[in-house]
Each structure stands twice: as structure tokens, then as C-alpha cells.
Design a protein around this ligand. Structure first.
Ligand SMILES: [Zn+2]
Length: 236
């Protein structure tokens, strides 16, 4: 039974991958994270060889049909013979799936807060999120007494060039901790968020947590006392 106050049904992990992705689209559109035909979502369909099932480009995410997906190879090229095409950003999904072998799903959204905050913090190269209880919603974080540095990359239309910069940042980061990754997603400046999970349920949760935290950080900057506190704690 759908919740009476929600315009979209609750996420149901028992559905098949396509229906889970369609459900994510309805939800993210309703929550303002995937408006117009923006965003793209994928699941890893095969690991050897690496293949992804990803949304076809230019589709309204509130009304994805079962045919609005295409299977692509590790380079982002369609490989299912349907003639369907995904967006140029498919390459970034493939890159994430290649760089993190445990990834089963990748989600990309265009929310207001991720757009604003990524533009503001591009000069720093990261958005710092510190001291929030909701950080514990990110994989491997067990206390609010920590911080997350979400990398921010300058936006680009040349996906090969952008993928090269993202790959370099991933390679330079410390992934040696068994349960705590160095970051759980990244931002493209004035564009949006990429995050991932072992499955679609986890990736969906990480979008929700990031979006909540981005709004907290951005709104906190409009409170001078909170901003002073954050600057103080960042210096300690
Ligand atoms: Zn995008």
C-alpha cells in the first residue's frame, strides 16, 4: 500500500532492477532531485565483462518505462542491439563501476542544494561536512564526530577529460581502510551529485543522506553563529 502522503511508492528492493530504477526515478523527480530529463541511474548488470544497465538519455525520470534503459559495455557503448542511447555521462558511471569493484548501482542527481554548494566550494575542491548525526547514514561512518570531504570537480562537456580528472582523484585517495571509504560520492560544480552503493537500495540511501547534508551545510551558512562555530571547529 503506498503511503497516502507520498506522491511515489516506497522503494521496494524485491522488484526487478528495471522496476527499482523506475521507482527511484519517480521518487527523485518528486523530491526535486531529477527534474526535467536530468539525471541518470545505472546498475551493474555484469562484472566480467563489465556491463551496466543505464537510463536512456532525454527521458522524464518521473515516467520511465521498462524500455527506457540500455545495456552498455565498460566504455559506455550500447551492447544490447536495441539502438537505444544513453547520455554522454554514461562514461562516469562506467568509471565508478571500474574503480570500485564492490559497486552494484550508481546514481546521479541534479538537486538545487548540490548545484549551489558545488559552485560555492569549487575553489576549495571539496565540500566539508562535519559533526552531523546524519553522516552515520553513509557507509562505514559510525559517529557524528567526524567529517566528510566530498570532492568537487569543475563541470565539463568533454567526458574523457572529466573522467581523467576524476580517476586521478580516486587514485590519489586512501582506499585502504576496510570499512571507511575516503568519500562516498562526488560533485560536479553547478551540476550535481554522483554516489553509489553495493546495490540500488544503498545507492538510493546515500543520495538521500548526501542531499540532506548538503541542505544542512548550505542553510547553516546563512546563520552567522553557526558559520562561526563551524569555522572554529574546522580550525581545531
Ligand atoms: Zn548530470
Amino acid at each position: 500500500m503506498p503511503h497516502p502522503t507520498l506522491p511515489h511508492p516506497p522503494f521496494d528492493a524485491s522488484l526487478d532492477a528495471i522496476d527499482q530504477l523506475r521507482s527511484v526515478g519517480r521518487e527523485f523527480h518528486a523530491r526535486g532531485w531529477s527534474l526535467g530529463t536530468s539525471s541518470n541511474y545505472s546498475v551493474v548488470a555484469s562484472r566480467a565483462p563489465l556491463e551496466l544497465l543505464i537510463t536512456v538519455s532525454g527521458k522524464d525520470k518521473s515516467a520511465l518505462g521498462r524500455d527506457d534503459f540500455v545495456r552498455v559495455d565498460a566504455t559506455g557503448r550500447p551492447c544490447d542491439g536495441t539502438g537505444r542511447k544513453s547520455s554522454a555521462e554514461t562514461l562516469l558511471h562506467c568509471l565508478i563501476a571500474e574503480l570500485i569493484p564492490s559497486v552494484g548501482a550508481i546514481l546521479h542527481t541534479h538537486s538545487v542544494w548540490s548545484t549551489i554548494l558545488s559552485g560555492a566550494d569549487l575553489p576549495r575542491g571539496a565540500v566539508r561536512i562535519e559533526g552531523f548525526e546524519m553522516l552515520k547514514g553513509l557507509d562505514g561512518i559510525v559517529t557524528h564526530e567526524t567529517f566528510e570531504e566530498v570532492p568537487v570537480f569543475a563541470n565539463a562537456q568533454d567526458m574523457n577529460e572529466l573522467a581523467g580528472r576524476i580517476r586521478a582523484r580516486f587514485t590519489a585517495a586512501d582506499w585502504s581502510h576496510p570499512t571507511r571509504p575516503p568519500f562516498h560520492g562526488f560533485l560536479l560544480s553547478r551540476h550535481g551529485l554522483y554516489t553509489w552503493g553495493r546495490d540500488l537500495a544503498e545507492a538510493r540511501r546515500q543520495i538521500e543522506i548526501h542531499e540532506f547534508l548538503f541542505e544542512c551545510v548550505a542553510r547553516s551558512r546563512t546563520f552567522p553563529t553557526l558559520s562561526a562555530y563551524q569555522q572554529q571547529s574546522a580550525q581545531q
